[in-house]
Design a protein around this ligand. Structure first.
Ligand code: ADP
Ligand code: MG
Length: 685
């Protein structure tokens, strides 16, 4: 235990065996520093001692209690129930119970006084009832009293375990390094970093929490904006631009079987403006599901090729890349352009051939998954990069692809609605285009919320759809692709549907299948060889099968609204009426309310706004999906004030010391590299 450093693995801490180490890893805690920075989610107010006669139902209370009888143990329904009765100066009594914690019988004794913390489950007259209280000795009061940190946990780790682990660590004398000088801290009114960490974990009052959290949030946003500014400078410094002399897309437009919507036309003209101007294009195209972003991208790629450049389109899944390839290569080939696709299911041999042809310029357009950013992929003259469903990629991947060309124009497309102010901060280096109109004739997807008692009727409806030649998606909540538990549930669902609909073709699709299998399934679904597709959220992004008119989402309450909206966008792609059935047995008011939002609205922006109101911004983006940096405390939506401060601070420091070479800024520079290294490489310093 001696000589603990910030980068010491937590497995060397007392109380951390191999099993706990694995569990801590699940919380992304590997080193001592990770643990120190594993901040509580909320706090329990244990500042006040409540007399028993003031107990109220459902309140959590810290109280002294003297046992008026010994702990008794009775067995009921296979459980051991321990109970006792305590009283205090108020004269009221409380009945305390625990389940199966037999050791409590010896832990507390009749006539002795202890400190308890727990939630009042009931009050009748002057008698209160509490279950599973925590027990402390009276001498522990000073340690217990205050605001008690509540951490996010994983099965097998308790609040108390983390509390003790962090507490011991704090007492071990290990110190975080403050990247800000004293002068800087004074200027921006920031707490010292160790003071902040201690008071975030073990605060005495809310003022201390605010001061301390503020310090951490400042640091996170400061580094984030510093990184952003550096990226932006890089694009601005790039004075070379591609030259576009021919911006006539009419040949392409003649091929497509519909007229562009006004919104699509507007965005196309913004893109053409970028092309004809003398800055490098960096454009974010935001448009609700089904608004027709692909066509806009296709036109841009067509123009790039027309002007002598290669173009590349990167999609987040193999399925989607294939779909884009099938649709677009058809158009492009009619114009004499050569399109190729690279995904993880492309064989090594095929890939080598494609790379050869890419290098020699025989291929005009490359479509693919993130396989296209692999190091061995080289272009002859890459001029335009399009990333589809940007929220699935990080800034890093976008930049890596752009680095494959000399001067590269960029379009990123996303269906995730982000409030405008936030988009500017997040994609600070991008211009924003919005496709705020759906192609004509789209009927809103009729949405219903039902529970299991509707199964009979639902199955009847499903049969009717299939008998009319339509197809159905059944989606199962699987948030983590590698959660075996959830995987079982898709397979279980598959078995159920196969049994119920034995007369139809039922297939399964999930992220753990081989790409080849996935492609085959999607292919067969497109060809209407599959009537019912049981799937995880792998179909969430972009898939377009107009003949699918019914989507059933199981356990719909487990999804975020943005994800539900995205999923629902898979139906209603043709002219036939489409339906989305949200199944949920969750009776909670908030779950009802959220699903009701889906029932009432088909507008992605409105849904996102409501979701934000109902869930709070913390949950809104989901962490990995967003492609946003993962902050420990900062929240880009709510920490506006700090954002303004850091913006100011970043500007000042960049004016004073743009390469962060001054001694007082070296720690900042190091921290910047540690966090955003690859993205800002070769920029600072
Ligand atoms: P998203 O914006 O969700 O990526 P897509 O690009 O997949 O949407 O387009 C959805 C569907 O709408 C596709 O089948 C596409 O061919 C079609 N589409 C695109 N633009 C138009 C339009 N202007 N009129 C009619 N259909 C269109
Ligand atoms: Mg799309």
């Amino acid at each position: 235990m001696e000589n603990i450093k910030l980068d010491t693995s937590v497995q060397y801490l007392k109380g951390v065996g191999p099993k706990m180490y694995e569990l801590l890893n699940k919380l992304n805690i590997y080193t001592v520093k990770d643990l120190l920075e594993y901040y509580p989610r909320v706090y329990e107010d244990r500042t006040k001692i409540t007399p028993i006669d003031e107990f109220e139902k459902d309140k959590s209370v810290l109280f002294f209690g003297t046992l008026v009888k010994p702990v008794t143990v009775v067995r009921a329904k296979g459980k051991k129930i321990l109970s006792t009765v305590v009283t205090d100066d108020s004269g009221a009594i409380a009945m305390l119970t625990w389940f199966n914690q037999v050791y409590i019988k010896d832990r507390i004794k009749e006539g002795q006084t202890y400190l308890f913390y727990g939630k009042v489950s009931n009050v009748t007259g002057s008698r209160a009832q509490l279950d599973s209280c925590s027990i402390y000795n009276v001498s522990e009061l000073s340690k217990i009293q205050g605001l008690y940190p509540i951490y996010s946990l994983t099965a097998g780790i308790t609040q108390n375990y983390l509390f003790k682990l962090v507490n011991t660590l704090m007492d071990s004398g290990v110190m975080l390094e403050d990247i800000f000088s004293e002068e800087f801290r004074r200027k921006y009114n920031l707490a010292e970093v160790n003071y902040a960490a201690r008071n975030i974990h073990f605060p005495k009052d809310y003022n201390m929490i605010n001061l301390s959290r503020n310090r951490v949030i400042f640091e996170e946003l400061f580094l984030f904006q510093l990184a952003l500014l550096n990226m932006k400078n890089k694009t601005i410094q790039n004075t070379n631009t591609n030259t576009y002399t021919d911006l006539d897309e009419s040949e392409f437009l003649k091929l497509i079987p519909f007229e562009l919507t006004n919104a699509q036309k507007k965005v196309v003209s913004q893109i053409k403006n970028d092309m004809s101007s003398n800055v490098v294009m960096n454009r974010l195209v935001q448009g609700d599901v089904g608004s027709g972003k692909t066509m806009v991208a296709a036109i841009a790629m067509y123009l790039a090729v027309k002007n002598g450049y290669q173009a590349c389109l990167m999609a987040p899944t193999t399925i989607l890349a294939n779909q884009h390839y099938i649709e677009l290569s058809d158009y492009f080939s009619k114009l004499g352009l050569v399109t190729e696709i690279i995904t993880s299911s492309t064989t090594k041999k095929q890939k080598e051939k494609i790379i050869e042809r890419l290098k020699s310029g025989q291929i005009n357009i490359l479509i693919g998954t993130h396989s296209v950013i692999e190091d061995n992929i080289e272009f002859n003259n890459l001029g335009l990069v399009v990333t589809d469903e940007q929220h699935r990629f990080g800034v890093k991947q976008r930049m890596k692809l752009s680095a494959k060309g000399n001067v590269v124009d960029t379009i990123v497309m996303t269906a995730t609605p982000i409030p405008r102010t936030l988009a500017i901060i997040l994609y600070g280096d991008l211009d924003l285009s919005i496709i705020d109109e759906l192609p004509p004739g789209r009927k809103p997807v009729e949405t219903y919320v039902v529970n299991d008692s509707y199964n009979e009727r639902l199955y009847g409806f499903l049969r009717k759809q299939i008998n009319e030649g339509r197809q159905t998606y059944v989606v199962c909540p699987l948030v983590e692709e590698n959660e075996d538990l959830d995987l079982n549930s898709v397979e279980k669902l598959y078995e159920e549907y196969k049994k119920e609909f034995s007369e139809y073709n039922v297939a399964i699709l999930h992220g753990k299948m081989k790409n080849k299998e996935k492609d085959q399934i999607m292919h067969d679904f497109k060809d209407n060889k599959i009537n019912i597709l049981i799937s995880t959220t792998v179909i969430e992004v972009g898939i377009s099968v107009p003949n699918a008119t019914l989507m059933i989402i199981e356990n719909a309450d487990r999804f975020g609204l943005a994800a539900l909206h995205q999923l629902r966008g898979r139906v209603g792609r043709g002219s036939a009426a489409s339906y989305c059935i949200l199944k949920s047995n969750n009776k909670s008011a908030i779950a009802r309310q959220r699903l009701d939002v889906m029932r009432k609205s088909n507008d992605g922006f409105e849904i996102a706004q409501k979701d934000l109101e109902l869930r709070g911004p913390g949950d809104f983006f989901g962490i990995r999906q967003s492609g946003m940096p993962e902050f420990k405390l900062a929240n880009l939506l709510t920490d506006n004030l700090v954002l303004e401060q850091t913006q100011e601070a970043v500007k000042e420091i960049m004016q004073d010391d743009p390469k962060l070479e001054k001694a007082e800024n070296l720690k900042i520079k190091r921290a910047l590299y540690e966090k955003y290294g690859e993205q800002i490489n070769n920029i600072v310093g």
